[in-house]
Design a protein around this ligand. Structure first.
Ligand code: HEM
Length: 437
């Protein structure tokens, strides 16, 4: 009875997760792969899925009682049939032991050919099948060969341990989007892999082995293709291409009030990345300059004023540190954006506003003074940064608020020491008696 209850609870959890993911088909498919593998371990086979569907419908009917309608029945059937298709394929491949065949096939390739030969073979195939994707592979041949072997390792792992594969897939997709890989490239890439393995395996290649690789690739590639599609939006494309004009066009599509959010975070398959940090880390400084400029330009419409300073520092409190260490040239852009000056001259003066709350650093928040933005500029920046009017103003404020007082106190202390030392050596130079102490 306990076992039945446990099975019931597992089913409950499973359905709960699948229903929650109904609007996230990519994630739902991933869960279905993983769940089907676990179900196979519990002894469930594809032919049991219809019975399970009936049981789910009848349980729902029993719970709903008089409120049950035929439409509800149709809905439950539709939902289960969608899940059943993916689950059945996974259960069947496990049943046929495709994973063992794939592992043996890959191992025999590695025994027959070295990594370099495998890589060479793959790239020759890719050149034949899809020459338009070759420009994406920029690393030396040796590294590419190693990467190819790693990619096939991952594919074999998909059929053995889907959970492990999917845990590595999200960051892999993000890296591929950054390499410039598009969903359309997945099909020819798969063809090249399969052809390369066929050539390397030689006489051991047969219809059964080919079928295993094909089935596996269809399942993996549909997930990868969908993830690449979902993860690639206009902002991401402009970031990948490093094109500020495209980024500007993409940002123009955003409602006015959401533009700062678009510039500060982009969602790739549930992973939130910062376009600014992405551009800086990849050395796309023209893009980073556009983002900082755009965030720190004061704009207005009938509803409000827009200025992204607070959002920038809220999202990236470490922005000064990153700019000083990775692209000091952009510190000027940042500091220019933190001040405003009037275009008119009033009695020989121009009004200037400095927005330096975050640059000043809140001592309550920053416990270690050496982590404050100005200290970071001192540590990592260049001396000419202090020529900027903003840092001039900031140093002046700090000087008047506490620097001057602290400096004078230190000078008084040193003067006292100097006086005592002089008196000691001049007046008491021959007297070493203890009575002086
Ligand atoms: C399921 C499919 C795939 C898997 C498992 C896979 C796996 C990998 C792995 C493990 C790497 C090594 C570097 C890293 O981890 O970031 C890599 C690099 C790479 N992959 Fe894939 N990949 C897949 C599909 C594709 C597709 C469809 C393309 C499109 C042409 C592609 C293009 C590349 C490129 C351009 C690199 C970087 C090469 C370089 O730095 O020179 N991959 N891939």
């Amino acid at each position: 009875e306990q076992e039945v209850e446990q099975l019931g609870m597992r089913f409950w959890d499973m359905l709960d997760t699948l229903v929650d993911l109904i609007w996230e088909p990519e994630q739902q498919t991933v869960q279905l792969f993983i769940m089907a593998t676990q179900m196979h371990e519990s002894g469930i086979r594809s032919e049991n899925l219809t019975t399970m569907g009936n049981a789910i419908r009848e349980s729902c009917r029993a719970v709903m009682g008089v409120d049950w309608t035929p439409t509800m029945g149709d809905t439950v059937d539709w939902f289960w049939n969608c899940c059943k298709r993916t689950m059945a394929k996974t259960l069947d491949t496990i049943d046929r032991d495709d994973a063992t065949i794939l592992r043996q096939s890959w191992e025999s390739c590695q025994e027959k050919c070295t990594k370099d030969e495998l890589g060479e073979c793959f790239f020759n195939q890719l050149c034949n099948i899809a020459p338009h994707v070759i420009h994406l592979f920029r690393r030396p041949k040796k590294i590419q060969a190693f990467q190819f072997a790693h990619a096939v390792d991952m594919l074999v792992q998909f059929s053995e341990e889907p959970e492990q594969f999917f845990s590595e897939l999200k960051p892999l997709i993000i890296r591929h989007i950054k390499y410039g890989v598009k969903a359309d490239y997945v099909k020819p890439f798969g063809k090249a892999i399969l052809k390369a393995i066929e050539i390397c395996q030689g006489s051991l290649w047969n219809e059964r082995v080919a079928e295993c690789w094909r089935t596996m690739w269809v399942r993996v590639s549909s997930t990868v293709q969908r993830s690449l599609n979902v993860g690639t939006n206009l902002v991401v494309v402009s970031l990948v291409q490093g094109d500020p004009e495209k980024l500007s066009d993409a940002i123009d599509c955003a409602p006015r009030g959401e533009r700062f959010d678009w510039l500060l975070s982009v969602n790739i398959n549930g992973e939130i990345l910062s376009p600014l940090m992405w551009a800086i880390r990849d050395g796309k400084f023209a893009l980073a300059e556009y983002v900082i400029d755009h965030l720190l330009e004061i704009r207005a419409d009938r509803h409000a004023y827009y200025y992204g300073r607070e959002k920038l520092f809220e999202k990236h409190p470490e922005v000064v540190t990153v700019l000083c260490s990775d692209c000091p040239a952009l510190m000027d852009t940042l500091m220019d954006g933190l001040m405003w000056h009037s275009h008119s001259v009033n009695q020989g003066f121009v009004q200037v506003n400095y927005y330096l709350k975050e640059m000043y650093g809140d001592p309550k928040l920053i416990k270690n003074v050496w982590n404050s933005p100005v200290a970071q500029v001192t540590k990592l920046g260049t001396p000419d940064m202090f020529n900027h009017p903003l840092l001039n103003k900031l140093c002046l404020i700090k000087w008047h608020r506490f620097g001057k007082k602290f400096f004078i106190m230190m000078q008084i202390f040193y003067d006292l020491v100097l006086v005592m030392w002089t008196v000691g050596f001049v007046v008491y130079q021959d007297d070493c008696s203890l009575s002086l102490i």
